[in-house]
Structure formats: structure tokens, C-alpha cells
Ligand binder design. Structure first.
Ligand code: GTP
Ligand code: MG
Length: 329
């Protein structure tokens, strides 16, 4: 499990200092950093001197100085418990559409500054939950939304505008407006998928109030491209790095991340549910909340929360209807 530091909170609220305010970072180096996807102080503050040196083309000593200055400006470090609790209270949540499902996740749905992963077999509801969240994030905060926009990275061509409209209509929202607030990108391979995430920070910096990023599916391209055991370690490394970047995006900008993950048969498991999420424990550790979705009785769906840092492992029933994810049929 990734420990959520919460110390990035200040970055989006105070007026953001520029990279060029740092020692050793002039306009040319700053431009170089931007083209490497590093736009703001927080992204730089959490880098290692080696990483920054490579990205900026400066010596490790210069990089170290810049990082130290950035960390000072960002006020990274410890926060007292009361302050920490206050910050946690201000975290946004997005309702799943079902009260019981929200309860499973601690009461209010999926959490900003965190990665929620749904894994499960085909037809278990992973994409449907994503489409529902893409609509619900746009709701006002008092209605369970985050009053924000959504980015949907589609690796499998499963984004359905008509389905979004249908869910929006059922909520009494304007379907065209709802669609307009969802930025959809089809990722054609894993590199493209990685590149698209780098773009999101840029969009937020340009003023787009993005509060939810959906990646459906997180693992499909990686799985297809790294077929065969020989390259498994490479694949895991790449997925791991990708998840790390996603977590950084989540923490820097206070967005919620929802990713889906397929399952494969686990030949070592002879009894029970013979499925294992792709990417195994690496994806598992990087996700803050992991949901296992499966088909239940009479067309219902079951969501099970696994290995949560703060919540008990538990499960609940939900339904996928014309209105999206709901408590009862
Ligand atoms: P894969 O992507 O194939 O791994 O599956 P998934 O977990 O993403 O499944 P998905 O979320 O696409 O669930 C598909 C199921 O959702 C269908 O079998 C239907 O039961 C349900 N569903 C999809 N669209 C609608 C709809 O418009 N109305 C209703 N009532 N149900 C729908
Ligand atoms: Mg799907």
C-alpha cells in the first residue's frame, strides 16, 4: 500500500511558485523540464537528484540544490495530527451511485489523492463503474460529486457516449453538458497510455478542473505487449513506474484515479475463485483501494474490498442498470 503523505496539499491552493524561482533553473532548463513532463514545484520536489539531473541536463549538485529549495518552498515534511486531520477532511470523494458501495469504501465513494483499482472478470462491471463515476464526478460536492471534470483513457474502445448520456439523463443532468466535461482519449499502446497521463498535469495547469482520471484498462496493453515470461520483469517495472506517476498526479492535484484490471486464471489455485489480477502484487501495492468485482445472484454484482489500509475487508452487492451503478435493481 502506498502511504499517502498529504503534504502536497498546499501546492494547488496557494499561488504556485515557478520552476524558474529555483536556484540553477533558468528559462531554458525550465522548458526542458516541461518537455519532460515536469511543470510544477511539487513534481520537482519529489524527484531524486539523479532523476532531475537527467531530465534537466544539469549536474547532480545543481539538481540537489534545486530540489532542496523546492522542498523548502513546498513545506514538505511533518504535519501535526490536528492539521493532518483537517487536511483529510478536505479530501474529495466521488459517489459510486450506490450507498452500500460507498459505505464499503468508507462512506463517500472513491477518494481523491488515491488510486482505486477494480479487478474482475469480463462483464463484472469494471467499465460500468467507470462510466458512472465519469458522470458522478460532475455532481456538486453536496450531492456526492467533486464538481469537476473527468479524463477517460480508453485502451479497449469501451467508452460509450450513448451510455454516458443515458446515465446522465437518469440523474436528471444535461447529457450533452455531461459529455462535454469528459475528455476521452483512446490509447493505442502502453507508451501512448503513459504519455496521455503526462498530458493531464498540463491540462490541469491550464485550468481544467479535472477531478477524476479513469484508465480502462490499466493493464491490457502491457499484458499484450509483454507476452511471454522473458519480459515479465520489464512489464512489471513499467507498470510500477506508471502507477507511481499516477499517484504523483493524484497527490499533486488532488484528483481521484480509477483504474480497471483484468484477471487471469491462476493455475496454482485449485479451489475457489480461480482468478488473479494482472500485474499481481505490484499493482496491488500501488493501489490505495482495491476492489474485486464479480457477478452475483440474479444479475446482481458483488464488490469486495481487499487489503485496504484503513477499512475492513468487506463486500457488498450492487446492480448495473440503465441508471449506471445503483443499490437495487
Ligand atoms: P471487461 O471490460 O470485458 O473485462 O468487463 P467489465 O468488467 O468492464 O464489464 P462491464 O462493466 O462492461 O459490464 C458489462 C455488463 O454491464 C453487461 O453485461 C450488462 O449486464 C451491464 N450493462 C452494460 N450496459 C448496460 C446498460 O446500458 N443497461 C444495463 N441495464 N446494463 C448494462
Ligand atoms: Mg470493461
Amino acid at each position: 500500500m502506498v502511504k499517502k503523505s498529504d503534504d502536497s496539499e498546499n501546492s494547488s491552493e496557494k499561488k504556485a511558485p515557478q520552476l524558474t524561482d529555483l536556484p540553477g533553473i533558468g528559462p531554458a532548463v525550465s522548458a526542458k523540464l516541461e518537455s519532460a513532463g515536469i511543470y510544477d514545484m511539487m513534481s520537482l520536489a519529489v524527484m531524486s537528484p539523479g532523476q532531475l539531473g537527467d531530465a534537466a541536463g544539469v549536474s547532480p549538485a545543481v539538481a540537489r540544490k534545486a530540489i532542496q529549495a523546492a522542498r523548502k518552498m513546498m513545506d514538505l515534511g511533518f504535519t501535526d495530527g490536528l492539521e493532518y486531520a483537517k487536511k483529510r477532511e478536505s479530501i474529495l470523494y466521488i459517489t459510486t451511485g450506490a450507498k452500500n458501495f460507498d459505505e464499503l469504501l468508507g462512506g463517500k465513494g472513491i477518494e481523491a489523492k488515491a488510486i482505486t483499482e477494480a479487478f474482475g472478470a469480463f462483464g463484472s462491471g469494471k467499465t460500468q463503474l467507470g462510466l458512472t463515476l465519469a458522470v458522478n464526478v460532475q455532481l456538486p460536492i453536496e450531492k456526492g460529486g467533486a464538481n469537476g471534470k473527468c479524463v477517460f483513457i480508453d485502451t479497449e474502445g469501451t467508452f460509450r457516449p450513448a451510455r454516458i448520456k443515458q446515465i446522465a439523463e437518469n440523474l436528471g443532468a444535461n447529457p450533452e453538458k455531461v459529455l462535454k466535461n469528459i475528455f476521452v482519449a483512446r490509447a493505442f499502446n502502453s507508451d501512448h497510455q503513459i504519455l496521455l497521463v503526462e498530458k493531464i498535469g498540463e491540462m490541469i495547469k491550464d485550468g481544467e478542473p479535472i477531478k477524476l482520471v479513469i484508465i480502462d484498462s490499466l493493464t491490457a496493453h502491457f499484458r499484450a505487449e509483454y507476452a511471454g515470461r522473458g519480459t515479465l520483469a520489464d512489464r512489471q517495472h513499467k507498470i510500477n513506474k506508471y502507477l507511481h506517476n499516477l499517484m504523483k498526479l493524484a497527490e499533486t492535484y488532488g484528483v481521484a484515479i480509477y483504474v480497471t484490471n483484468q484477471v487471469m486464471a491462476n493455475p496454482a489455485q485449485m479451489f475457489g475463485d480461480p482468478t488473479t489480477p494482472i500485474g499481481g502484487h505490484i499493482v496491488g501495492h500501488a493501489s490505495t483501494y482495491r476492489l474485486y468485482l464479480r457477478r452475483g445472484k440474479k444479475g446482481s454484482r458483488v464488490a469486495k474490498l481487499v487489503d485496504s489500509p484503513s477499512l475492513p475487508d468487506d463486500e457488498t452487492i450492487f446492480w448495473v442498470t440503465n441508471a449506471g451503478v445503483v443499490d437495487e435493481e
